[in-house]
Write a protein that binds this ligand. Structure first.
Ligand code: A2P
Length: 332
């Protein structure tokens, strides 16, 4: 396939190159696009030097566009790209449109059928949550979910990572911390505010977890309440999850389900101090799940903790997996 990456120089864009290479995706030609600021810059793919191009306003000469340059670029250009290519869009611009499939391949690969050349990649927090929640939902039927997130700086892109590193140095040197990407200084802080506040008091990031869970799991009844919090880690989103199920459930039964769930690593051995953490989940394709215990609040309830590299399963990996579905329609 001829592949184009829009936003190739960004935090997710760089991972897209890395994932295409690691998964040995059949790329016949790779074109890299970014803003005019990056035009002419070199990047490497399979040992070959490629030159970044300024994004043109025309359709792109590729079969698949992997777009990760933000919602406004996608909104403006995806309909143009879609005239000649299949667009896998990492932004939230099209996720809630009824005729745009929103895909996590381990969960709803079948929903890609009949796509109209735009396929949406989910919000990173949702994708990571659902890797653990969906297999449990299939087995025990989840009714209500309460999630608190610990989201890393890279969720806000390369600028977010840079601001955290620079701000940490500023703080340690006793200087005032400058911040632009985050609403408040992030080093040595946590910020319960990601994306815009909505009328109901939730933020848009929190509402995305509800909307996208219902769409991907094809269950409009499931209720999800999320508190999304930015924490000063560089990579990996972690989430503390409480689920009430319709059917009886036990931690052992949940472990059995998660042990064979695709894309999940069960990391759940408190005696050896093994549980999901950004430190261990960084750079991993699989999402770690652990701290599984019976809820003290809900009768058929479980509490657990997940940690997943949101630049990978929450973004680049999931996008490449969607492209792999296009490669191999028989598998859908
Ligand atoms: P650039 O590096 O030239 O600014 P991140 O999510 O890490 O912030 O990355 C955003 C990506 O989107 C970067 O590759 C960035 O390119 C790209 N981008 C930003 N604005 C535009 C634009 N107007 N046209 C094309 N690409 C853009």
């Amino acid at each position: 396939m001829r592949v184009g990456i829009v936003g190739a120089t960004g935090a997710v864009g760089k991972e897209l190159l890395n994932v295409l290479e690691k998964r040995n995706f059949p790329v016949s030609e790779l074109r890299l696009y970014a803003s005019p600021r990056s035009a002419g810059r070199s990047m490497f793919f399979r040992g070959q030097e490629l030159t970044v191009e300024a994004l043109p306003e025309t359709p792109l000469p590729v079969d698949v566009v992997l777009a990760s340059a933000g919602g406004s670029i996608s909104k403006q250009y995806a309909p143009i790209w879609a005239t000649q290519s299949v667009v896998i869009d990492n932004s939230s611009a099209f996720r809630y449109e009824p005729d745009v499939p929103l895909i996590v391949p381990e969960i709803n690969a079948h929903a890609i059928r009949g796509h109209k050349n735009i396929i949406a990649n989910p919000n990173c927090t949702t994708a990571i949550l659902l890797m653990a929640l969906f297999p449990l939902h299939k087995a025990f039927r989840a009714k209500r979910v309460i999630v608190s997130t610990y989201q890393s700086a890279s969720g806000a892109g390369a600028n977010g990572m840079e601001e955290l590193l620079k701000g940490t140095k500023e703080f340690l040197a006793g200087h005032a911390i400058e911040h632009k990407t985050f609403v408040h200084p992030l080093p040595f802080n946590v910020i319960p505010h990601i994306d815009a506040f909505q009328e109901n008091g939730y933020t848009k990031e929190e509402m995305k977890v509800l909307w996208e869970t219902q769409k991907i799991m094809e269950d409009s009844q499931i209720r999800v309440s999320c508190t999304a919090v930015r924490v000063p880690t560089l990579r990996v989103h972690s989430e503390a999850v409480t689920v009430e199920f319709e059917q009886p459930v036990s931690p052992d039964a949940a472990r059995e389900v998660l042990n064979t769930a695709p894309g999940v690593d069960l990391v759940d051995d408190p005696t050896t101090r093994r549980y999901p953490m950004p430190l261990t989940a960084t750079g991993k394709f699989n999402v770690e799940v652990g701290r599984i215990r019976k809820s003290l609040v809900f009768d058929n309830g479980l509490d657990f903790f997940v940690a997943g590299d949101q630049l990978l399963k929450g973004a680049a990996l999931n996008a490449v997996q969607i492209a792999e579905l296009l490669q191999n329609p028989v598998a859908i």
